[in-house]
Design a protein around this ligand. Structure first.
Ligand code: FE2
Length: 330
């Protein structure tokens, strides 16, 4: 994305102080950033007390870009320790950032987690991991992480995705493409609005991938809401071979359009990218992992926005492959 084109919401110095001081206090009282009920309660209470300017910075996405960057939070590269080699060994690494991200997520809605992903944690660690280089998950590196809706297989997927950058020495770009910028013919829109194919659980969900209790539900890729076109898209986990040729051709044209409007955002340490998961598909360019403790390191939180009506009613009947979203009630 050209400089200046990215919607940036700059946090003022007093907002940064308030967020970091609140996070450190919660962390000191809790002893760990693991989101136990007590910590989530503290975050919920504290988030309501955050200043008006922080809440204003956390207002809904308000442009067709479908995203924004919260900027201004500092990261001391020497302080955060080495990049963990996988989410499983991350433990309490850069724990204050877990709490900061949860505070921001709670100012936007309800943070969610998944029993089947990263042991139910509310803040995920995104780092390249040995042995996972070629996967279509956040642990990969050498492959293009194809643009996708986060947790597209599930009706309880997030409305918002928060990606906080702690380290990115190689300026590895996150990609984002907004359906609001795509041009498609009315015929293609009509085709892709039909529930023709399922979206299967991704490789991050071992348990859900072996779910056999019921048939995978067929879901539309596109639909209209009051605020504009909306999508649910994950080609890497969509069995396109099973669709008629005209549907596949329309899907391919959507893919090409998403590529055309895609922007590359090289997040800087301290940036928090906020993506509207109903409007934008995100991905990541390929890169060579270092595996020496200095790799790209992101933390991710997912948010559901109460009262938001951006999904087809039929989603309520989907089984979600046996996965349940854990919602931090506030
Ligand atoms: Fe993702």
């Amino acid at each position: 994305m050209p400089p200046g084109a990215l919607p940036v919401r700059q946090l003022a110095a007093h907002d940064v102080d308030e967020l970091t001081e609140t996070a450190h206090k919660i962390l000191a009282d809790s002893g760990s950033s693991a989101a136990r009920p007590e910590l989530l309660r503290r975050v919920a209470t504290s988030a309501t007390r955050l200043g008006e300017t922080i809440h204003r910075a956390c207002r809904p996405v308000d442009t067709d870009d479908g995203l924004y960057v919260l900027r201004g939070l500092p990261v001391d590269d020497g302080d955060i320790g080495p990049t963990p080699s996988s989410w499983a060994t991350a433990g309490d690494s850069a724990a204050a950032w877990d709490v900061i991200l949860l505070l921001l997520a709670t100012a936007m809605g309800h943070p969610i987690a998944w029993e089947g992903q990263q042991e139910g944690r509310f803040v995920h660690t995104i780092v390249p991991s040995p042995g996972h280089e070629d996967e279509q998950t956040g642990a990969s590196s050498t492959v293009l992480l194809s643009p996708h809706t986060e947790d597209a297989f599930h009706p309880g997927r997030a409305h918002l995705l928060l990606l906080a950058c702690l380290r990115n020495h190689d300026a590895v770009a996150t990609t984002a493409a907004s359906i609001r910028k795509v041009r498609l013919s009315p015929d293609d829109v009509a085709l892709l609005s039909r529930p023709v194919l399922p979206i299967l659980p991704d490789d991050a969900y071992t348990e859900a991938r072996s779910y056999t209790a019921a048939q995978p539900p067929k879901v539309p890729v596109l639909w209209q809401t009051g605020s504009g076109p909306t999508l649910r898209y994950d080609p890497a986990y969509t069995p396109l071979d099973e669709a008629p040729a005209d549907y596949r051709a329309a899907y391919d044209r959507l893919t090409a359009e998403l590529e055309r409007v895609s922007v590359a955002v090289a997040l800087e340490p301290g940036d928090v990218l906020v993506v509207d998961n109903d409007v934008v598909v995100h991905g990541r360019v390929p890169f060579r992992a270092r595996y020496d403790g200095t790799d790209r390191w992101l933390k991710r939180a997912s948010v559901r926005v109460p009262g938001r009506r951006s999904r087809p009613l039929a989603e309520a009947d989907e089984h979600g492959y046996g996965q349940t979203a854990l919602v931090a009630l506030v």
